[in-house]
Design a protein around this ligand. Structure first.
Ligand code: PPS
Ligand code: ADP
Length: 199
């Protein structure tokens, strides 16, 4: 390939020092309706307001309006969606940000590939573990009902698989606890592992 990588003078370490904290990706995975967006956006608010952290939230619904608007929900398209999101997350980590990525990301292989793009400790997998029955009961967008009626094909949990994380850094039982409790659980992890040490 006739493309040469350029090393820049302002490195990730310089940016982290400027921001006063390490950068990482907090990767939320779980069924549609499990609470990924709600927990991620409340966590982001807490990180900014309480800790003055520099953050960015990438969300499936939003990214699919732009960067990934050419992609649908076949297995191949989801693989490509998560590949792109993994690369974008890496760029945001390089920019020194605490990056929150909230995507169903149903396949173990793609989550592992996203992790492998980063250095040790930079990828924090958060399994938003809400039972399908609860997600279906919530059904805020009416998508489960449409999937059950056969109006949407390849719907995760109905006719497209979700592979449960085997060893996530954080396991949220978000069907049994409040959004705020889930946020607290993540902040406790971040403090314990020194992600917020200098804040
Ligand atoms: N077939 C099908 N299956 C699952 N989800 C569907 C589907 N069609 C549309 N939607 C809506 O798209 C959102 C999920 O997009 P993601 O980019 O997170 O999906 S994936 O990671 O590529 O699997 C998802 O958002 P969340 O409910 O926030 O997860 C849905 O609103
Ligand atoms: N811990 C919780 N307890 C009760 N309702 C929740 C909880 N977390 C999320 N919800 C609700 O569930 C629905 C789906 O949440 P959302 O964050 O949009 O999920 P996702 O991004 O995974 O699709 C929303 O109506 C949200 O208010």
């Amino acid at each position: 390939m006739d493309i040469v990588w350029h090393d820049h003078k302002i490195t990730k370490e310089v940016r982290q020092e400027q921001h006063g904290h390490k950068s990482c990706v907090i990767w939320f995975t779980g069924l549609s309706g499990s609470g990924k967006s709600s927990v991620a956006s409340e966590l982001e608010r807490a990180l900014v307001q309480q800790f003055n952290a520099k953050t960015y939230l990438l969300d499936g619904d939003n990214v699919r309006h732009g960067l990934c608007k050419d992609l649908g929900f076949t297995a191949d398209d989801r693989v490509e969606n998560i590949r792109r999101v993994g690369e974008i997350s890496k760029l945001f980590v390089d920019a020194g940000l605490i990056t929150l990525s909230a995507f169903i990301s149903p396949f173990r292989t793609e989550r592992r590939l996203a992790r492998e793009l980063l250095e040790d400790g930079e990828f924090i997998e958060v399994f938003v573990d809400t039972p399908l029955s609860e997600c279906e009961k919530r059904d805020p967008k009416g998508l489960y009902q449409k999937a059950r009626e056969g109006k949407i094909k390849n719907f995760t949990g109905i006719d497209s698989k979700y592979e449960t994380p085997e060893n996530p850094e954080i396991h949220l039982e978000n069907g049994k606890q409040t959004i705020q409790e889930s946020v607290e659980q993540i902040i406790t992890y971040l403090k314990k592992h020194n992600y917020l040490a200098s804040l």
